[in-house]
Write a protein that binds this ligand. Structure first.
Ligand code: C2E
Ligand code: CA
Ligand code: CA
Length: 577
């Protein structure tokens, strides 16, 4: 049916004015009809601006169309639907085209060409925003990353500047002893664990809406993010009251302390947390984060599984520790450390049965520095490894020399202290074996001391203790009575000697209660085939009571202070067995 003259005019008008390029071509591409818009759109892509043949015009941007059309053969149908092609021409405002091509019948191709610049830009922006998301998401746990955390802190600081009543808090979280999990179970399990931790933090934070002011709470007001390794932060923006942070902190710690079912095991973890409140927040986001991390380290030093609220003095203390660290590095390199020896005596008879090696530091400016002031720092910084090796080596050599010199009457046991970090080092047994071999000291003369609280910790410590015992050396439980384990669990520990802490011994004369505890310890230890040493014996009265209570040995100022090697040797010679 032929259109009426008026309608035909209208169609031509429509084609002329259409914002879409419309054209008709023969199956070989020869263009029969093209409206002005199609010419305008195709001109920039057509080689030489030549619009005689559709396939020639699209040759550089859609070369496949000619073959696709030919492939249709006798049949008709859609050749392409919204083929997006770029427009490279530098002066063209149109940057992309959408092309549709249809074979209508044996003689006719119909094409539409439209400006896809806006759609292409949208697409570009979508991809860019996805990329941006990737730079804001932690790839392992899929929670927000450090960049987001800093942004949230910055936002809170900004808000605080304009609103005196505004409260916020930053919680810095570090998993306790995470390295051990990684080392003992493998990094795969470590990664899985980090994902579970991230999940718990995020969901706990999400449930925490009660602490936020207002009714319509934007989701970003509480953000859990991962900074890296086993460190996370939670930013609480818009707290109702600063005090509310205690509840949130504890809830997060509780959530993290629930067992993790992983690799067919139930894993138990705890975390240390540092909290910075608005009132203490100073400087930029980085500075606040740093302060939160300082408070976290205070929590960790206090034994972990807790949170500490940042106080400005912590910064000074941290700086002092930093000073100790660099001093200690130099001390190790320049031989400022040395070992002193405190005799252990038989409570009956008074002969010297052994010595405990204790480290000392002759600081060029500060004088003699006691170990309590640097052992912790050495632990935290990894300096304990060279320090511990130095003490063990020096003491083994010295003790072997005394044995050669003094013969049968020489003291039999050299006791050396082990720290937490040394015990966590899988190579410790080899190190000990090497010290013994290098010094020529027989394993049965060496005894390593570990504190009660250390020994009570978990399976990996137990495994290490058994590996050490397998070397043929002895183990002593240091500071007994101050830690977590009790007399009832003493039989679980593979130790030969129990050292009763000074806090019990010092009250032996005045407190019946302490006497009973000492007696009970001696009895239980005996029944398990362990010997007992009383630490910090200062008076003859204490020594008498300890002898009556059948404690085996004593160590303390009553007999001798820790002495440098030469003086220790003189003392030993006077007290040969
Ligand atoms: P510890 O292992 O319990 O050592 C006994 C501490 O008590 C020593 O303090 C010793 O000087 C002190 N002491 C001994 N008899 C008496 C006494 O009668 N009265 C009083 N008031 N104190 C007495 P020191 O040498 O300052 O060592 C403190 C702690 O530092 C040690 O406690 C030990 O835990 C650690 N430490 C010392 N040397 C080393 C070391 O080479 N490696 C490691 N990992 N830790 C060490
Ligand atoms: Ca000790
Ligand atoms: Ca002790």
């Amino acid at each position: 049916m032929k259109p009426e003259a008026g309608a035909y005019e209208a169609l031509i008008q429509f084609l002329y004015q259409s914002p879409i390029g419309l054209l008709q071509a023969r199956p070989d591409g020869e263009i029969m009809m093209a409206n002005p818009m199609s010419a305008q759109l195709l001109m920039p892509v057509a080689p030489g601006g030549n619009l005689l043949n559709l396939f020639d015009a699209l040759q550089t941007v859609a070369p496949e169309l000619r073959a696709q059309t030919a492939a249709l053969g006798e049949s008709n149908g859609v050749i392409c639907e919204a083929l997006r092609v770029p427009v490279a021409h530098p002066r063209s405002l149109v940057k992309a085209l959408d092309i549709r091509l249809l074979k209508l019948d044996a003689d006719t191709l119909i094409a539409s060409v439209s400006d896809a610049t806006a759609a292409a830009l949208d697409e570009q922006q979508r991809v860019a925003s996805q990329l941006r998301d990737a730079t804001r998401t932690d790839s392992l746990t899929l929670i927000p990353n450090r960049a987001v955390a800093l942004e949230r802190i910055e936002q809170a600081l900004l808000h605080a500047r304009s609103d005196a009543a505004y409260q916020f808090a930053l919680l810095f979280i570090n998993i306790d002893r995470f390295n051990r999990v990684n080392a003992s179970l493998g990094p795969g399990v470590g990664d899985e664990l980090l994902r579970l931790i991230a999940e718990r933090l995020s969901s706990t934070v999400r449930l925490g809406d009660v602490v936020v002011s207002g009714i319509a709470v934007p989701s970003h007001t509480q953000t859990a993010a991962r900074l890296g390794s086993d460190e996370f932060v939670v930013v609480l923006e818009g707290l109702r009251r600063a005090d509310d942070v205690h509840g949130v902190a504890q809830r997060l710690l509780d959530a993290l302390a629930k067992p993790y079912g992983i690799a067919h095991e139930q894993l138990h973890l705890s975390a240390s947390m540092g909290v910075v409140l608005r009132a203490q927040a100073e400087g930029d986001a980085d500075a606040v984060l740093q302060d939160a991390s300082t408070a976290m380290r205070v929590a960790k030093r206090a034994g972990g599984a807790r949170y500490c609220v940042f106080e400005p003095q912590m910064k000074q203390r941290a700086a002092r520790r930093g000073q100790v660290e660099s001093d200690l590095r130099r001390a190790l390199a320049q031989g400022e450390l040395f070992v002193v020896y405190q005799p252990l005596v038989d409570l009956v008879g008074g002969a010297c049965s052994g010595v405990e090696a204790l480290v000392r530091w002759q600081h060029p400016a500060r004088g003699l520095v006691p170990p309590v002031e640097f052992i912790d720092v050495a632990e935290e910084t990894g300096l304990i490894a060279p320090l511990g090796a130095f003490v063990l080596d020096t003491a083994c050599r010295q003790f072997a020399a005394w044995q050669r010199q003094l013969g049968d009457g020489a003291p039999q046991i050299l006791s050396v202290n082990l720290s937490r970090a040394q015990l966590a080092d899988a190579h410790l047994p080899e190190l000990v074996a090497r010290s013994l071999a290098d010094s020529g000291l027989a394993a049965r003369h060496l005894q390593l001391e570990i504190t009660e609280s250390l020994a009570a910790q978990g399976e990996s410590v137990q495994r290490m203790l058994h590996r050490l015992k397998a070397l043929g050396i002895g183990l002593a439980l240091d500071d007994f009575g101050t830690g977590y384990s009790s007399l009832a669990s003493l039989h679980l520990l593979p130790v030969d000697v129990v050292k009763i802490d000074r806090s019990f011994v010092s009250q032996a004369e005045t407190s019946a209660h302490h006497r009973v505890l000492i007696e009970a310890t001696v009895r239980v230890a005996r029944s398990l085939g362990m010997r007992t040493v009383a630490e910090g014996v200062e008076t003859a009265g204490q020594a008498d009571i300890l002898a009556v209570l059948e404690c085996d040995k004593g160590q303390g100022y009553l007999y001798a202070r820790p002495l440098p090697a030469e003086q220790a040797q003189d003392w030993i010679i006077e007290h040969l067995r």
